[in-house]
Design a protein around this ligand. Structure first.
Ligand SMILES: Nc1ncnc2c1ncn2[C@@H]1O[C@H](COP(=O)(O)OP(=O)(O)O)[C@@H](O)[C@H]1O
Ligand SMILES: [Mg+2]
Length: 477
């Protein structure tokens, strides 16, 4: 089914069908009311006719005489199509004159009042007025009253009521029509600011990421504009970061390329094969670090791109992950003569996240610790779980007893390509810690640098929100 997304159409659907129903109900009630009014007016003639007949009905010595006056019919002259029926019955129920089978009201008052009913006579709907008139003729004994009934068909009544109904319907339809026109005008005037907003947004240049102005926008739409502006802000920040990154990266890649060029030229000028071989070794080493740089840049750009919107999230067991990374990097530690250890508190250390990115993060931390710690140093990767008030957290601590990072530098090492010079390893790119921070914040975590135990070395502490126990129990993909 197609979703109905036009506001105009939605307003129409909400208004028109109920309006039609209301109009129908109103038409029915109007017709009933009109019929009542018409009946009241016509019944007066009926009553007058029957009274006129009553006045001309007498009895003498038991002989009842009825004289139907012309006046009785006169009232109906206007409704020339109307048919008239009457009936006069003597006390014993015998018909004296008129139509003996004309239906009459069953319970008639004895006090000379006229009773009126609706009835059907020979297939015609009729209105019957009836009256019981006492004749005061001693010869008739106790039963001295005659029944006089007078009836007419309803054609002119219904015609009049219908005319009144159509009259009021015409007026109503006119009003509804006017209302619809006004509604359409109101809707189009309500939408005009939106259309002009659309035009203004359309006319913007491609590079224009400034917020859409809020003035002249209906207050109902302002939250939407707010949300869009917020979104554009984020995109704009992302684009800025991209641009900066690209500029930084281009700048950074120039240095290793220059080094490579110089080394190659130097090698070309050598005649001594031994010297040439040494140059080649240096060349390979330089290519290695250029490769590392390229990989790191790729990792960082990947981490930045998905920051805030990691699509593939899974339950990741950090204990196993940290253990794996430590194992992978142990050859590096062995080569450097650094003692690499792993400690765990044994608590569940599952987080919701992207395993390969978390692997990249932990790998960078342990790699740094090994690289910047001199031979005979110690590196420990530790995993534990804590409750930090806001909820359960999994903590990764990587600790070493190397040179550490001076407090003044602890913020700066998170900047791209920032390296503390003169510190052992020359292969770095300065992108490791920015990658760590990006991945950490993409997982809703935070990171802290502090002195190692006994004030020596560095301790990096990463807090990540733990996956709740309930989620842990639920089967994961
Ligand atoms: N465990 C550590 N001990 C001492 N210094 C460190 C440590 N980790 C990082 N640093 C310093 O922070 C700088 C930035 O680290 P990083 O972003 O990983 O880049 P890279 O390792 O490529 O130089 C490093 O150059 C180094 O000087
Ligand atoms: Mg590093």
């Amino acid at each position: 089914m197609k979703r109905n997304n036009s506001l105009r159409r939605r307003v129409g659907w909400w208004l028109l069908p109920p309006l039609v129903v209301l109009l129908s109900i109103n038409a029915y009630l109007s017709y009933r009311a009109a019929l009542e009014v018409v009946n009241r007016a016509y019944d007066r003639s009926l009553t007058a006719s029957i009274s006129a007949i009553g006045e001309r009905t007498h009895s003498q010595n038991g002989n009842i005489s009825v004289d139907i006056p012309y006046a009785a019919f006169e009232f109906f002259q206007s409704g020339a199509h109307e048919r008239i029926f009457y009936r006069v019955t003597d006390p014993s129920g015998r018909s004296i004159t008129g139509y003996p089978d004309l239906p009459v009201p069953t319970a008639l008052p004895d006090d000379g009042r006229v009773a009126i009913i609706d009835a059907v006579y020979h297939g015609d709907a009729v209105r019957v007025a009836a009256l019981r008139k006492r004749l005061y003729d001693p010869a008739l004994g106790a039963q001295d009253s005659v029944l006089i009934a007078f009836a007419e068909t309803l054609d002119s009544r219904t015609a009049l009521a219908r005319e009144m109904l159509f009259d009021s319907l015409r007026r109503e339809l006119l009003l509804v029509g006017l209302g619809v026109v006004l509604l359409l005008l109101a809707l189009s005037s309500a939408f005009r600011p939106l259309l002009s907003l659309r035009d203004r947004v359309r006319e913007r240049s491609e590079e224009d990421l400034t917020p859409v102005p809020q003035q002249d926008v209906p207050s109902e739409v302002r939250p939407l504009i707010d949300a869009i502006n917020h979104h554009v802000d984020r995109i704009s920040a992302m684009l800025q970061a991209r641009k900066r990154f690209l500029a930084d990266a281009a700048h950074q890649i120039r240095t290793p390329l220059a080094v490579l060029g110089t080394q190659a030229e130097y090698g070309l000028r050598q005649d001594d094969p031994a010297e040439m071989r040494r140059t080649f070794a240096g060349l390979i080493h330089s290519i290695g670090s250029a490769q590392r740089l390229a990989n790191q840049m790729l990792a960082l750009s990947h981490a930045e791109a998905i920051n805030g919107l990691i699509l593939e999230r899974d339950a990741v067991d950090l204990e196993a992950l940290v253990r794996d990374v430590a194992l992978e990097l142990s050859p590096l530690a062995v080569r450097k003569g650094v003692d690499l250890g792993f400690e765990t508190s044994g608590a569940a250390a599952t987080v919701d996240g992207n395993a390969s990115m978390l692997h990249e993060m932990v790998s960078n931390l342990i790699d740094n610790a090994i690289r910047y710690t001199p031979a005979d140093g110690h590196v420990t990767a530790q995993i534990s779980r804590e409750n930090c008030g806001a909820g359960e957290e999994v903590l990764i601590r990587v600790r070493d007893d190397g040179p550490g990072i001076a407090p003044a530098e602890r913020e700066r090492v998170f900047q791209r390509f920032y390296r503390i010079l003169g510190q052992g390893d020359s292969e770095g790119s300065g992108l490791g810690l920015p990658i760590v921070r990006e991945i950490c914040s993409a997982h809703g975590g935070r990171i802290a640098l502090r002195d190692g135990p006994q004030g020596k070395g560095l301790e990096v502490e990463v807090h990540l929100p733990a996956r709740s126990q309930a989620e842990d129990l639920a089967p994961t993909r």
